[in-house]
Design a protein around this ligand. Structure first.
Ligand SMILES: Nc1ncnc2c1ncn2[C@@H]1O[C@H](COP(=O)(O)OP(=O)(O)OP(=O)(O)O)[C@@H](O)[C@H]1O
Ligand SMILES: CC(C)(CO)[C@@H](O)C(=O)NCCC(=O)O
Ligand SMILES: [K+]
Length: 240
């Protein structure tokens, strides 16, 4: 049994994989992660822990301790590489690129083996372009839906995330909260349409993941939404 972990700035997502099949999965809010968070998995015979993290060194240290305590093993952390299979990084210093972006690109390219556009709608929205021969042609990092709203609503603290069901609406708002939340959704919608257009024009396959990925997928009306895309490439990247 293998425990795979994708640690982002909002959620730490995990799944248990047995014979290449996910048998259980879950998520912990990153700020609420504590050494006991994985105690419910203590009973499983976990032979390997593979992790990709953009959540900082403290999380990595905590995970090392947890794995030692629960299963007497050391987790393997994926690191952004300059090359993995045919996928070539465009960063002069690959260590500066979030490993979640790299993992998603490697997984998407492995599936398509042609030109891909990879969109991860998490705390941040990242959009990465990989050519048909595997060259990363660069990408974008944009504040995610929640960050867009929070950056504007920091001074109207009563507006809570639960109200953002209206994220799905992007008609012009008739109060501040609506104007801000619908504005964020309107921005995401514009982004989705422009990415779809680019994918269509270039004949690229579009891969979408992340907490707001389902919404982006709906807005784009194209591409594949794969919630576990970042986890998929963990074995390849950790073990190469
Ligand atoms: N219940 C929820 N609580 C918080 N955010 C949610 C929830 N449901 C959807 N979201 C959206 O999902 C986003 C977080 O997505 P995700 O879990 O993919 O982020 P992450 O991988 O932790 O972030 P990153 O990798 O960018 O650091 C939030 O910004 C928010 O817009
Ligand atoms: C952009 C995020 C936060 C998306 O999760 C992550 O990939 C990250 O921390 N990246 C580091 C900066 C970069 O990728 O250039
Ligand atoms: K992510």
């Amino acid at each position: 049994m293998i425990l795979e972990i994708d640690a982002g700035n909002t959620f730490i997502k995990w799944r248990l994989v047995c014979n290449n099949t996910a048998v259980q999965s879950g998520a912990v809010r990153t700020p609420l992660f504590e050494p006991g968070s994985f105690d419910t998995l203590a009973e499983y015979a976990i032979q390997q822990v593979l992790a990709g993290s953009v959540a900082g060194v403290e999380f990595e240290r905590a995970l090392v301790d947890v794995c030692e305590r629960l299963w007497s093993l050391t987790p393997l952390f994926a690191r952004t590489q300059s090359l993995c299979g045919r996928v070539k990084n465009s960063y002069a210093d690959p260590s500066k690129m979030g490993v979640d972006r790299w993992l998603a690109m490697v997984a998407a390219y492995d599936r398509a083996e042609c030109q891909v556009i990879v969109v991860d709608c998490g705390s941040a929205i990242t959009i990465d372009f990989v050519s048909k021969d595997g060259q990363h042609d660069g990408g974008y990092i944009i504040p995610g839906l929640r960050l867009m709203q929070e950056s504007l609503l920091r001074n109207t603290a009563q507006v809570r995330f639960d109200e953002s069901v209206s994220n799905l609406l992007y008609v012009p708002g008739t109060n501040t909260a609506e104007a801000v939340m619908h504005g964020a959704a309107f921005t995401l919608n514009g982004l989705a349409l422009s990415i779809r257009q680019k994918a269509d024009a270039e004949g690229a396959q579009l891969f979408i993941t992340g907490g707001d990925g389902a919404l982006f997928h709906k807005m784009a009306g194209a591409g594949q939404y794969l919630p576990d895309l970042v986890l998929e490439a963990l074995p390849k990247v950790c073990l190469s």
